[in-house]
Design a protein around this ligand. Structure first.
Ligand code: ATP
Ligand code: MG
Length: 354
């Protein structure tokens, strides 16, 4: 029997409610498909920071390294400054574990009235591939004379050929398994060094995949097209910051941020990958048991896929769709179902269709 070692980090806020429900679904599907998850819990996050002065212990990365995957909730508390270096934990995990792919599917679930469903009359099914290790988010900058009338602040983006090539290859290979279409979302008409280089290197990689259609689109136009013509996208390849912004728009297209899943993936499997919903810890609704757990549960399906349990991953996604088709909705979608009820309905689907 296959056994996988999973590190579970609830984080803060609704993370404490949705991660346990996600694990319940994962254990249910593991029973059905005959594999085992050996889960170890870590109480890390902003709450841990308040007591220990850091998001995780100094040897936290060494601890995580021993796992097959990390199942993560969300981090952040209203009274903990989220610009503190220690709070940039995901950055630390993502870079140290070379999770250079941020994989964010945007797909309408069955029965959900996304804001665009009626408008396009077509199904929305694309994936945002966000470069996750470099670009605009390398925190390379400074504030000089900030309090004076002559204050100056800079952040310098860093793009490397190595970094661009590997995310490009990942995207084109992914497109081959999908509808064979890559859209590079860029802003090279104004960021004339960094993103012009990005475009050049991606163009070179694109030439190695003649069977995949390649198109370049500026982010302003892409934002408009996300809303007006979402059906034209298949694989959306973009930089760290543009991807961060566009994938929240993708979450909104799905009807609620609560539906959005993500994977921080190290394709070479040299290090564990990390799976988490796209939303934050939602302190405004924490502790009420009403958070939408589907983004967390779907992230679990992405984790199973990464671990090679493809059939089990498909079963989780089918069960999610069966439950959304039945009309079960949490408060973010105007319903009255609790986090627990949605989780249990998905588990019941998984058991019933064994
Ligand atoms: P972060 O900076 O960590 O991304 P954020 O400030 O963007 O966090 P979120 O925590 O994502 O904020 O919450 C944004 C809004 O979406 C809040 O009103 C929150 O209640 C709602 N929300 C987020 N996730 C969920 C969920 N799973 N279910 C229901 N509502 C949610
Ligand atoms: Mg956010």
């Amino acid at each position: 029997m296959n056994r996988y070692k999973i590190a579970a980090v609830n984080g803060d806020g609704i993370g404490h409610e949705i991660v346990p429900v996600g694990l319940q679904v994962l254990n249910t599907v593991a029973d059905r498909f005959g594999f085992q998850l050996e889960v170890t819990h870590f109480p890390w996050g902003a709450g841990y920071y308040r007591e220990h002065g850091d998001f995780m212990p100094a040897d936290g990365l060494d601890t995580l390294r021993q796992f097959d995957a990390i199942y993560f909730g969300a981090v952040g508390l209203p009274d903990v400054d989220d610009t503190l270096p220690a709070m940039l934990y995901t950055f630390k995990v993502r870079t140290n574990f070379q999770q250079y792919v941020n994989y964010r599917p945007v797909k309408l679930l069955a029965g959900i009235e996304g804001p665009l469903r009626n408008k396009t009359g077509q199904d929305i099914d694309f994936v945002v591939i966000r470069e996750n290790n470099e670009g605009e988010f390398v925190q390379n900058g400074k504030i000089v004379h900030g309090d004076s009338p002559y204050g100056v602040a800079t952040d310098t983006s860093v793009f490397t050929r190595f970094g661009i090539e590997r995310i490009a290859h990942y995207s084109f290979q992914l497109a081959r398994r999908r509808r064979k279409h890559v859209t590079n979302v860029t802003k090279s008409n104004t960021l004339i060094h960094s993103l012009a280089y990005w475009d050049r290197v991606i163009g070179e990689v694109a030439a190695q995949y003649p069977d995949v259609t390649y198109r370049k689109m500026y982010v302003d136009a892409a934002s408009a097209n996300f809303v007006l013509r979402p059906e034209i996208f298949d694989v959306v390849l973009t930089t760290n910051m543009i991807g961060d912004i566009l994938s929240d728009l993708g979450g909104a297209i799905m009807g609620s941020l609560g539906y959005g899943p993500s994977g921080n993936i190290n394709p070479e499997r040299t290090f564990p990958s990390m799976f988490e919903p796209i939303h934050g810890s939602a302190p405004d609704i924490a502790g009420k048991g009403i958070a939408n757990p589907i983004g967390q549960i779907w992230s679990g399906a992405l984790m199973l896929e990464h671990l090679g349990e493809t059939e089990a991953a498909g079963a989780v996604l089918s069960a999610i769709n069966a439950v959304t088709a039945q009309g079960l909705r949490t408060a973010d979608m105007g319903g009255t179902a609790t986090t627990q009820q949605v989780g249990e309905a998905i588990c019941a689907e998984l058991r019933n269709h064994a």
